[in-house]
Design a protein around this ligand. Structure first.
Ligand code: PRX
Length: 632
């Protein structure tokens, strides 16, 4: 373990020296004058004074040596479309998109909200923003109009880029009504929505704010738009993520630190090399998509495979056939996808030629031991679990095979990654935990390059939320529980806050509760996450009705459950829809009126909720038990 230990120790003891060396991986138009500015903790600024550009590093820089190499391979099993873009093609498309955006008023520092399905134009749009020094904010296509409107109002974009429709599992999802409703709801709706018309939607949105992309692209076909050199700490993007409160936080990322961190991770964690092909099966609306579908593979001069579709359509062999067809070397997805594939015919995996594949990376949710064991055995290749968050932008825990191929321990994503001063601390005292003792996973100051710089527009929230929740210590809280063994391996034991993880999607139970509360029949609600064999967790809602009679018979209860689920779909999107809505007369609360969520979750999973000395009315516990038992 000595190579890993030395490497990690050096990154923490001498971050300036460590990251100065790593910074040489990217092009600096103007060199930085200081590696790290720690004058204003907990804020950290990396590579101060250096000027660079993410798009230049991801695209232009490769033109000299790999113009004819594929940069982006696009496969949609929803539409049957397959496209390949070389670095030269990608460069041309990004320039066209950048010119179109410029013509619509996008400038350095302006926000562009991208609400797109998995289509190549999403990549062009993100890179075009980076080129212009504009700040992209990608909103996952599964979010509903009110969520979209809330993000518009927070980011105040000058432009929205959207499409006529998304598609999933053979179903077309019409975006027009969603965009239209969001535009009407938002206080800060931009003047234009740039529309990528895939000709999938049954209806055409005819609104005066719509600008069609295709004719503008033609008009700017030969455009050459220079990269805007940004100071390393200028923002590159905002990505909203769920937390404890109902209001999502805009995670703000820089330019230079992010580029350096991703480029380094490609070697030390992913062992990816220029010319390799990487397939990250995620969505551009999530951080894994930002970092490992788009920026990291392109920064490293690799070919990235972008896939629209599910892992089981047309059949459960599709991903393995993609590996064979495109000679994929690195694959990255979430454990849920593997649990889904595990249920498929194993012959589908065996019949594909997987010789190109070197490693499978999994992240986003706990990797359970049976799934880890099954997939490593079935593939016969290393499976690397890695733990991180939207906030960090790249892994915090992993076996860093490019540093030292330490042995894996099933159930653990591995050891702290270089750059991260990761420690487990007591929830009550903030003191360091002993080996084997459960604690909160924290990070010391400064966070390494690439991590969030602040909450967009709300420095105070960044400090208060992340840096003031561990008693007595100014450390960053991940809001995850963990336990570390004597060799440094950490196991994740779930969130300390009200965030749940459904199929690798991070959801705030408070947001779901707010959506459910907006239904007229609902008086009170508690949403908790419970174990789910495929999705990792599922959301369950326990609802107290204004009038218990409205769900008195099974038929009425079923109708009301469907109506409440539909409310969540409309407010947040179907990804947030609870698996079940149970009706109870009373919710377990403390005498001061706080919901006992952990107790509710325990009961829903058939576990003992433990001692609850502050409970107001213990009969509420039986209500939850009965509701769950009645449903099964
Ligand atoms: O609870 C942890 C869980 O997912 C959360 C972060 O989710 P998100 O912001 O969507 O970023 C995902 C980036 C991969 C974490 O706080 N989580 C993430 N990776 C793992 C994990 N839990 C267990 N094991 C992991 N490998």
């Amino acid at each position: 373990m000595s190579r890993y230990r030395d490497f990690h120790r050096e990154s923490i003891a001498h971050p300036e020296d460590f990251w100065r060396r790593e910074a040489a991986r990217i092009h600096w138009e103007t060199p930085f004058d200081a590696v790290l500015d720690r004058s204003n903790p907990p804020f950290a600024r990396w590579f101060c004074g250096g000027r660079t550009n993410l798009c230049f590093n991801a695209v232009d820089r490769h033109l000299a040596s790999r113009a004819a190499q594929n940069a982006l391979v696009y496969v949609s099993t929803e539409t049957g479309i397959e496209r390949r873009y070389t670095y030269a093609d990608l460069h041309a498309e990004v320039n066209r998109m950048a010119a179109v955006m410029q013509s619509l008023g996008v400038t350095r520092g302006a926000r562009v909200l991208i609400y797109l399905p998995m289509i190549p134009e999403a990549v062009f749009a993100m890179l075009a923003c980076a080129r212009l020094g504009a700040i992209h904010s990608v909103v996952f296509g599964g979010f509903a109009a009110p969520s979209l409107a809330a993000r518009i109002d927070d980011a105040k974009p000058v432009l929205i880029v959207s499409a006529d429709a998304g598609a999933r599992g053979g179903k077309v999802i019409d975006y027009a009504p969603l965009v239209d409703e969001a535009m009407a709801r938002a206080q800060h709706a931009p003047p234009h929505v740039l529309l990528i018309d895939r000709q999938l939607a049954p209806t055409r949105l005819k609104a005066n704010y719509i600008v069609d992309y295709e004719p503008l692209r033609e008009q700017h076909y030969e455009a050459q738009v220079p990269c805007v050199w940004l100071e390393s700490n200028e923002p590159s993007y905002i990505l909203y993520t769920s937390g404890t409160t109902g209001k999502p936080k805009g995670v703000l990322r820089d330019v230079g630190g992010y580029a350096v961190a991703l480029a380094a991770s490609m070697e030390y964690i992913f062992e990816g090399r220029a010319g390799d092909t990487m397939f990250t099966a995620s969505d551009i609306g999530w951080v894994v998509g930002h970092s490992y579908i788009i920026y990291a593979p392109l920064l490293a001069g690799m070919t990235t495979v972008m896939y629209e579709g599910t892992p089981i359509r047309p059949d459960g062999g599709i991903w393995w056939r993609l590996v064979e067809q495109f000679g994929i070397n690195l694959m990255f997805t979430a454990p849920t996808a593997i649990r889904v594939l595990k249920k498929q015919d194993p012959a589908l995996l065996r019949s594909a030629d997987l010789s190109s594949l070197r490693t499978l990376f999994l992240a986003g949710e706990p990797l359970d031991e049976p799934t880890a064991a099954w997939i490593s055995q079935a593939l016969g290749k290393p499976v690397v679990d890695n733990y991180w968050q939207t906030e960090t932008g790249w892994p915090m825990l992993a076996i860093q095979r490019g540093v030292e191929a330490l042995p894996q321990k099933l159930g653990s994503p591995g050891v702290p990654v270089y750059g991260y001063d990761l420690k487990l601390r007591s929830e009550h005292t903030g003191e360091l935990c002993a080996a084997g003792e459960k604690g909160v996973i924290t990070l010391g100051y400064p966070l390494p390059p690439g991590c969030m710089q602040t909450v967009w527009g709300d420095d105070a929230r960044f400090v208060k939320t992340y840096w003031e929740s561990v008693p007595g210590h100014e450390v960053y809280s991940t809001f995850d529980w963990g336990v570390q063994d004597a060799e440094g391996y950490v196991t994740i034991l779930g969130r300390t806050d009200d965030v749940i993880n459904v199929a690798g999607h991070r959801l705030g139970t408070r947001e779901i509760e707010e959506a459910i509360s907006s239904h007229a029949a609902v008086a009170e609600v508690a949403v908790v996450g419970v174990n789910d064999a495929v999705k990792g967790q599922a959301a369950l809602a326990f609802v107290v009705l204004r009038d218990a009679a409205s769900a008195a018979d099974p038929q009425a209860a079923q109708t009301l459950e469907a109506a409440i689920a539909a409310t969540v779909d409309r407010q947040l999107g179907a990804i947030a829809r609870p698996a079940r809505v149970h009706f109870v007369a009373l919710l377990p609360k403390t005498r001061s009126g706080k919901l006992l969520r952990r107790a509710i979750a325990a009961l829903a999973e058939g576990r003992d909720p433990g001692d609850l000395p502050t409970i107001e009315d213990p009969s509420a516990l039986q209500q939850v038990r009965d509701a769950v038992a009645g449903a099964s």
